[in-house]
Design a protein around this ligand. Structure first.
Ligand code: CA
Ligand code: CA
Ligand code: CA
Length: 320
């Protein structure tokens, strides 16, 4: 009974081999190496991608066990009976060449899916073989026949969106146009974008993970006035319990030494009157730098405030 099944499937292979070359495969491999085997993929046990049968137009490739070189591939098609399966010829290493041009005996066949819909490749997560197969592990042997019982591909992360609005920390919440927004993973900038005329930004197709968002702009600096220095002094002495907010403190620390103290207040006063401000080392613009965790869904409303260095009370209206 089992042999009959294999015979039927093998006949089906002949149809497939005639068609597979018609379209350009996403991989190259060496054929006619002097030995090969056949992987039979019954339609009834179609490989799945995220639980759904793979689509006509997708490619299925067999690879060496380090998954680096292709040893055969087929264009996935589903034809009418009597064809019941697709067949994939896997090529063994040519013992007449020194190069590794195919599977070694005992090497386990690996599989990759190339999806027409996305042009992306996926490595098989799990493969099992029918008991009629030459062996249950997919270990290569010349003239072997393996009948797939199941082959599972799990989709690439579809990706999510991080979005928000960047505005100046004044009463009007003036949108921060012409601002560069960078998505940072660890120390790496993985994406950058510019804000829209409303100060909005978004990053698409972001994978799950932890990120920080950093901003910069070339807009003109401004907004420093006497009120800013007074607020800093009140903060230092906690006048009537007054404390600057965390982000205001960032704009107040114009010496950029992670503490708001009298030196910062003095530098502000000097800058207003055109005195010595050599110790003023805060960049012209400060932005909130939020940390964002993406975990299976879009993260919206990641709004970010901007201030000019020293404009603690947000009196500035930045140009658009
Ligand atoms: Ca060889
Ligand atoms: Ca300081
Ligand atoms: Ca101000």
């Amino acid at each position: 009974m089992r042999y009959l099944r294999i015979a039927a499937l093998s006949i089906a292979l002949l149809f497939v081999f005639a068609q597979a070359d018609a379209q350009q495969a996403p991989w190259t491999w060496t054929a006619i190496t002097g030995n090969n085997g056949s992987v039979i993929l019954p339609y009834a046990n179609s490989p799945t991608f995220n639980g759904d049968a793979i689509q006509a137009g997708d490619w299925l490739g067999a690879f060496g066990s380090n998954n680096e070189f292709c040893v055969g591939a087929i264009l996935w098609e589903v034809n009418d009976p009597p064809q019941l399966a697709n067949g994939l010829t896997v090529w063994g290493d040519d013992d007449q060449t020194t190069a590794v041009d195919g599977l070694a005996g005992g090497e386990v066949i690996q599989y990759r899916l190339w999806r027409q819909e996305t042009g992306e490749e996926h490595i098989a997560e799990a493969v099992s073989y029918d008991a009629t197969s030459s062996n249950a592990t997919g270990a290569y042997v010349a003239n072997g026949i393996w009948v797939i019982s199941s082959m599972t591909f799990i989709g690439g992360d579809p990706g999510f969106t991080i979005s928000g609005i960047i505005s100046y920390a004044n009463t009007a919440n003036t949108p921060m146009t012409n601002t560069t927004v960078s998505l940072i993973s660890g120390q790496l900038i993985i994406a950058s974008t510019q804000t829209s005329p409303t100060g909005a930004y978004s990053f698409e197709n972001v994978e799950n993970g932890e990120y920080t968002i950093a901003c910069s702009t070339e807009k003109a600096w401004g907004g420093l006035n006497n009120t800013d220095g007074i607020l800093v002094k009140r903060h230092i002495v906690s006048y009537s319990g007054f404390q600057l907010g965390e982000f205001q403190q960032k704009a107040a620390d114009v010496q950029n030494n992670n503490v708001v103290n009298n030196t910062d207040a003095i530098l502000m006063q000097r800058k207003i009157v055109g005195g010595n401000t050599n110790a003023w080392s805060l960049p012209d613009w400060v932005f909130e730098k939020p940390e964002v965790v993406v975990n299976g869904e879009d993260v919206t409303g990641v709004n970010i405030k901007a201030l000019c260095a020293g404009d603690v009370n947000g009196s500035y209206t930045p140009p658009l």
